[in-house]
Design a protein around this ligand. Structure first.
Ligand code: AMP
Ligand code: MG
Length: 348
């Protein structure tokens, strides 16, 4: 398939170019586009054949449902059975933005979108290119992350090109995604409401509006009795090719301990890199392979997937990743790191 790359400036949108891409979407094509979280791979959500092509292009398992993206909250009604009582407040507060809400679905939502579930996941993205593209297409857009299934999500158009060039009709290059981790998935069909995937909107932010909000027990641990409720969260996912070990412990001694681990793995012939997420003592790593995404938790989140892809380009055998706190967007960072590591954690 011939893939067109179309560059669009999010601060000065060329409407002609977007209209062209929106028409391709509407008529059943696949268009990758930037959102504020990660790049999405879009198709007309009401066109089964187009949605099927998403699964093929990504190599995505068919039991993993897709998020439906709309340009305005007012389009939610026709996709759902009923609005849960506190959903309107969450929508008013956080849409457009990095939170996806799971509702009971209406009949117009094709089975292929929901992987046969009775629920549908919906989001209004805030990235101006995403919003305008969806609005111009005049249909709801199914859009999972625009990566090959299992690889770290794409936060630049280059990442999408690496994974999907030749497999989709259009890749819109709209620059770097700001949030850098995927949307929070909040299931409002469950009482109490439950976070099925931590993401751009934090648990702390949601707790201001939802009493007793729950976190799916399968998100930060691997156990037989805690299988994640969001089907996509059960896959070893967000993974670079190299093995990942998350190292957790007191930041005062973390870098020293990681250097010890580094030395012992290097002595076995492995090519090892360190993912730096803490600011303390990071100078200790100056003589070894590292990628530094330390700073605010927001900065760490926005650089995470890019760093994992860069380690792959460096052909690392092993990444030793500094853990972050499970607070704010740190919860999403830890969830992705733990999944990338297959829950392989060293506590020091
Ligand atoms: P992605 O599209 O790659 O960002 O992944 C979407 C995530 O949302 C996956 O983890 C899906 O399993 C989850 N998801 C989508 N629809 C539903 C739903 N109806 N119920 C629960 N989780 C969902
Ligand atoms: Mg994904």
């Amino acid at each position: 398939m011939k893939t067109q790359i179309i560059k669009i400036d999010p601060l000065n949108i060329d409407h002609k170019k977007l209209e062209y891409a929106a028409n391709v979407l509407k008529s059943g094509g696949l268009v990758a586009f930037p959102t504020e979280t990660v790049y999405g791979l879009g198709a007309n959500a009401l066109n089964e054949k187009a949605v099927k092509a998403i699964f093929t292009a990504k190599g995505r398992p068919s039991d993993n449902p897709l998020i439906v993206h709309i340009s305005d909250a007012k389009h939610t009604d026709k996709l759902i059975k009923a609005m849960p009582k506190n959903a309107e407040q969450i929508i008013n507060k956080f849409w457009p933005g990095p939170i996806t809400i799971v509702f009971e679905r209406s009949k117009i939502v094709p089975d292929i979108i929901t992987a046969g579930l009775d629920t549908v996941a919906i989001r209004v993205p805030s990235n101006p290119i995403a919003m305008k593209l969806i609005e111009l297409s005049s249909v709801p857009i199914a859009a999972p992350s625009a990566n090959s299934s299992g690889k770290p999500s794409p936060t630049t158009a280059e990442h999408v090109i690496e994974d999907l060039f030749g497999k989709v009709d259009i890749i819109i290059d709209g620059g770097v995604c700001q949030v850098g981790v995927e949307s929070t998935v909040l299931d409002m069909t469950l009482e109490p409401n439950m976070i099925l995937r931590p993401g751009g909107v934090t648990k702390e932010q949601l707790s201001l509006y939802i009493k007793n909000i729950q976190l799916d027990a399968g998100l930060l641990q691997k156990s037989e009795d805690a299988i994640p409720k969001a089907p996509g969260m059960k896959y070893k996912h967000y993974s670079p090719q190299s093995e990942v070990i998350v190292v957790r412990g007191n930041v005062k001694v973390l870098s020293r301990k990681i250097k010890e681990l580094y030395t012992s793995y290097v002595s076995t012939g492995k090519k090892v890199g360190v993912l730096i997420t803490n600011t303390e003592n990071k100078l200790e790593y100056s003589d070894i392979n590292n990628i530094d995404i330390s700073g605010s938790l927001e900065k760490t989140a926005s650089g995470l997937f890019k760093a994992l892809r860069e380690f792959d380009e460096m052909n690392m055998d092993l990444i030793l990743a500094e853990a972050v706190v499970n607070e704010g967007i740190g919860l999403a960072v830890m969830n992705r790191l733990l999944k990338a590591a297959g829950y392989n954690v060293v506590n020091i």
